[in-house]
Design a protein around this ligand. Structure first.
Ligand SMILES: Nc1ncnc2c1ncn2[C@@H]1O[C@H](COP(=O)(O)OP(=O)(O)OP(=O)(O)O)[C@@H](O)[C@H]1O
Ligand SMILES: [Mg+2]
Length: 335
């Protein structure tokens, strides 16, 4: 089964799709499923409207919290086999404001040290404006994703990203490439400036403050470049990363998901498959059986539009999906 297989094979799994289709529920369930089978899993929300916390009825923030620990069965999300006692599910909700502030601070330090003193006020002004622009938000978020992927791949068997609705995510996926090129450009310019500066001063001594400053800038830029290159490599590696599009079995979501798949693939991200969520039951009365027939027709057109992709259907569960136990019930479906 698609999600089960992917959760055991890849290291990074992105869940994307339109608003309200079940990204958070699916991301949580697949993450829990992997943790129950002995995996160390990190669940990350990059959606500013974070809802992992609402779903799990837990306060989650920008610091990692543990939602499930097989050893103590914390959270009541279901029993596990003895050989799965390593399993743990941690979660973090990336705080966009905090991320933007940290990002702008770092860029500001870099810029200020590159600019002459009398331009610092302009730099600050520019940064204040930048802090409010959507581009800054995206690059800060991307930097945080890159940071999480870089720092957590060793500690976790799987990182599951619950992403913000559609278009935004596809743009974000195209960014590592742009950011790498941008940082490369800055580094090349630094190289020239450094050589020029050293020639003018005819010195390149360790105790020279200008030399030290240049080294600092170079270190920041190099670190960022390595981070983006790493993210780009992970995103493009089928064996390590997959993007799963979640949708509901309706006409418009089918068409929009086909668009999203095209967008992602043109950004160099392989789409690992499709999850059709909330399929009506066949055995719960005529009304729902009729709906189901209609929904299956939409699933068929989805398969026609995207014949290369595996499709997994997930049934509509009765009742509200709230709390660890409910996530556990959804995770049972992947077992
Ligand atoms: N298989 C299912 N059976 C029943 N209810 C479901 C199922 N999957 C999701 N839901 C319900 O559908 C609603 C939307 O789910 P969810 O919050 O996971 O979607 P989302 O794509 O993350 O939404 P958003 O775009 O707002 O973040 C929730 O109320 C959830 O409880
Ligand atoms: Mg959500």
């Amino acid at each position: 089964m698609l999600l089960n297989d992917l959760s055991q094979t890849v290291k990074v799994l992105f869940l994307g799709g339109k608003g309200g289709v079940g990204k958070t529920s699916t991301a949580s369930a697949v993450a829990l499923h992997r943790a129950r089978t002995g995996g160390r899993v990190l669940l990350v929300s990059t959606d500013p409207a974070h809802n992992i916390g609402h779903l799990w009825e837990r306060k989650i923030g920008d610091e990692i919290v543990t939602l499930f620990d097989a050893a103590s069965n914390a959270g009541g999300a279901g029993a596990v086999d003895a050989d799965a006692s390593q399993g743990r599910l941690d979660a973090v909700e990336v705080d966009p404001q905090r991320t933007v502030a940290a990002h702008v601070r770092e860029v500001g330090e870099t810029l200020r040290s590159m600019m002459p003193e009398h331009l610092h006020r302009q730099v600050d002004e520019h940064l204040r404006m930048a802090e409010e622009s959507p581009g800054t938000h995206e690059s800060a978020l991307l930097e945080r994703i890159a940071e999480l992927v870089e720092d957590s791949l060793e500690d976790y068997d799987l990182i599951v990203f619950d992403t913000a609705p559609s278009g935004h995510t596809a743009r974000l996926m195209a960014l590592p490439e742009t950011m790498t090129v941008w940082t490369e450009g800055l580094l090349a310019r630094r190289d020239k400036a450094e050589r020029f500066g050293a020639a003018v001063r005819a010195l390149d001594r360790d105790d020279d403050p200008v030399t030290q400053r240049d080294r600092r800038i170079r270190a920041v830029l190099t670190r960022r470049r390595i981070r983006f290159e790493h993210l780009r490599d992970v995103l493009r590696d089928d064996r390590r990363c997959a993007f799963v599009v979640v949708l509901t079995p309706e006409r418009l979501p089918v068409l929009e998901s086909a668009e999203l798949v095209k967008e992602l693939e043109s950004s160099g991200v392989r789409v690992g498959g499709l999850v059709v969520n909330r399929l009506s039951p066949a055995d719960a009365g005529e009304y729902l059986a009729h709906r189901r027939a209609q929904e299956l027709a939409h699933v068929d057109s989805l398969r026609e539009l995207l014949p290369q992709l595996e499709v997994q259907t997930v049934p509509l569960l009765p009742g509200d999906l709230v709390g660890a136990e409910a996530v556990g019930r959804l995770a049972d479906l992947y077992g």
